[in-house]
Design a binder for this molecule. Structure first.
Ligand code: PLP
Length: 631
């Protein structure tokens, strides 16, 4: 609902709806993190973190990774399944796995493994590299390693050998073609595989990732292929190896009814395959557990109409019902929730570099020889009041357009047109502030304000740090991390630092929905910092080097006592030299050739020796510096 959004001075950013209690406003107007795991703990002031990092030379843009939130989510997911299992008298257990592709950063994966150990939380891998990550960790004996994706001989060898080392590894067959290779490698190693079969569900879920479910999805076997596989396994005397069924429900599934329906279909396959004689005992339902990015709690793309508890209860109940009906022992339920595990644990912080306004607070004086249209524009200030706002807006736009038309026909001068433009900006400023002071804005006014919203130019790259915002219109909640004790008096869209007109954000979560502009504060002499929340899933992994803006700095934060925090790990963002080498340049050679150019200019007298030294020093500093705007 791009327009149906009201301004709300109490909570303009809708923090209470999407913040889930994790993000709070302090008395000093700063935002703070708060963890329910420390109910008596003081919130951690985000501005304090940013200032502390600044002192250490870790400047914005910076990605904050909050380990406490990773811990929290893993605990919440496991606790919610445990509760659902108890409530439903379910006889099997739950064992989650983290799909590494959602955030492969070592700091994240290491902590997930640590926090998840007591729950036998495992890993899902989709490539050899990801399998190597899994095998380089001490997982608990029962924690599952689910091998999805296309597998070559080496991948299969590693997976099979890991079984010997005590890993609970499952080779999930994605296509009929894979079976021959798996059987050949397993025979040559003398290791019987723990096999899974990935089945395409016919049920297609809605949302941004609808294409990853249903008949036309890329991965998994069709009903006919599953039947062929069972026959082949039987013929090869390996049907007893088929212990796991994998049916990925989707990603960010917004509607709980669809989760239920997809789970139901998965159970039908499970029952039938078991009936064919395969000793299935694990039912893996893949991803799908959504994150309520907008806090709307609806079945729309960036939201969910269910809670974590409902998700777990619905799955456990659906599986129990299907298994009881078929008189089959309750299987171990596996889910591969990536987004729900990690999205909330990262926040991108950047500063605003400057603003482009489409209004001005500089008054314009009348002059005796003013054109009559200019007089008319100035006269609007005489009848501007709350009741006549719309009329004033209409008149202002009309007169301004008339002046522009006369300018094009050569009937008014550049000087007069510039004056008309300045009056337009000034009167627009008055109108905007009167509109913004309203408690409730109607849809028409919001739409009108959006047309004249500011552009805040920000120190980040959308393509590097928020690629899903560009690619699939993902919405992340955004709010300033300070000045919450001041009413935001302006509305803006955000533009990034790349030279690409797509590098902008123009959909925001606000008090009761989604708006085309973000309420923001007027810039003053201090840096203005915005936080983009819930960016822990997929964003780091998918980012790219548009305009050669590289990885941002990353700071891994752990909460301490009384609102304190510890910087657990800091990772410097890419230097210019690093991003240049990613695209096949040799920074040393670049410096050498720059030196040659400078030398020639010095020899011919174009520059003096002092310039020469300064130029080379600047080149060197730039090549070793951060790719983002530095003060
Ligand atoms: N498992 C598989 C096989 C996937 O393809 C995906 C993502 O699409 C996931 C798990 C993670 O899904 P989500 O991040 O929605 O939990």
């Amino acid at each position: 609902m791009a327009n149906g959004v009201k301004s709300n001075k109490h909570d303009p950013y809708g923090l209470e709806r999407w913040g889930d209690g994790l993000i709070r406003v302090l008395d000093n107007g700063n935002l703070a993190f708060w963890s329910p795991s420390r109910p008596d703990g003081a919130p951690v002031d985000i501005m304090r973190i940013v200032n502390d990092l600044n002192d250490r030379g870790i400047t914005a843009p910076v990605l904050l990774r909050i380990t406490d939130f990773l811990d929290l989510r893993i605990r919440q997911i496991n606790d919610a399944f445990t509760a659902a299992i108890k409530d439903n008298d379910y006889q099997g257990r739950y064992q989650g796995v983290f799909p590494i592709k959602v955030n492969q950063q070592a700091q994240v994966v290491d902590r997930i493994i640590d926090y998840g150990r007591k729950y036998d939380f495992g890993l899902e891998v989709g490539s050899k590299a990801e399998l190597l990550i899994a095998l380089s960790h001490e997982l608990s004996g029962q924690a599952a390693v689910i091998c999805n994706g296309v597998k070559d001989e080496e991948f299969i060898q590693l997976a099979l050998m890991s079984q010997r080392l005590g890993f609970n590894t499952f080779l999930v067959l994605e296509s009929p073609r894979e079976l021959d290779l798996v059987l050949a490698v397993s025979k040559s190693l003398g290791i019987r595989p723990q096999l899974g079969v990935r089945i395409k569900l016919t049920h297609q879920v809605s949302g941004n990732w609808a294409a990853s479910s249903g008949d036309r999805s890329s991965f998994g076997m069709t009903i006919a292929q599953v039947m062929d596989l069972i026959e082949q396994l039987r013929a090869e005397d390996h049907l007893d190896c088929l212990v796991l069924q994998h049916s990925h429900l989707g990603s960010q599934v917004p509607n709980i009814l669809e989760i239920r329906m997809a789970a139901q279909e998965a159970c039908r396959f499970f029952v039938e395959i078991k009936g064919e004689g395969a000793p299935l005992s694990y039912l893996d339902l893949g991803g799908g557990l959504g994150v309520d990015y907008t806090g709307e709690h609806t079945a729309s793309e960036n939201s969910t109409n269910y809670t974590l508890e409902e998700y777990c209860a619905n799955i456990v109940e659906t599986v129990r019902f299907a298994m009881d009906e078929a008189e089959i022992a309750h299987p171990t339920i596996i889910t591969e929730s990536g987004r729900a595990c990690v999205a909330q644990s990262s926040v991108l912080i950047f500063n605003v570099l400057e603003a482009t306004h489409f209004d001005s607070n500089v008054p314009v004086e009348a002059a005796e020889d003013d054109h009559h249209l200019i007089e008319s524009m100035l006269s609007i200030l005489g009848y501007l009041n709350q009741q006549r706002l719309q009329e004033c807006w209409n008149d202002l736009v009309y007169y301004r357009n008339e002046v522009r038309a006369l300018f094009r026909r050569g009937q008014v001068s550049l000087r007069e047109t510039a004056k008309a433009e300045r009056i337009y900006l000034y009167v627009m400023n008055k109108i905007k502030s009167m509109v913004m002071s309203e408690d409730q804005l109607n849809d028409e006014w919001l739409e009108a304000l959006n047309q004249v919203a500011d552009i805040y130019h920000c120190n980040f790259s959308l393509f590097q740090s928020l690629p899903d915002v560009w690619a699939i219109n993902q919405i992340h909640p955004i709010a300033p991390i300070h000045r919450h004790n001041e009413v935001p008096t302006r509305r803006a869209i955000l533009s990034d630092i790349t030279c690409d007109s797509d590098g902008r954000i123009d959909r925001f979560v606000i008090c009761d929905g989604v708006s085309a502009t973000l309420p923001v504060h007027e810039l003053n002499h201090e840096d203005y910092y915005l936080g983009v929340f819930f960016v822990g899933a997929y964003q780091e992994t998918l980012g790219d080097l548009h305009n050669l803006f590289g990885d941002t700095h990353i700071a891994t934060i752990e909460f301490g006592e009384d609102g304190a925090f510890e910087l657990r790990h800091e990772q410097e963002g890419d230097t210019v030299s690093e991003v240049l080498s990613y695209v096949e340049y040799d920074p040393k050679r670049m410096l050498d050739s720059f030196k040659t150019i400078v030398e020639r200019a010095a020899t011919t007298g174009q520059i003096d020796p002092g310039d020469r030294r300064g130029m080379i020093a600047t080149f060197k500093d730039s090549i070793n510096g951060y790719t983002y705007y530095e003060h």
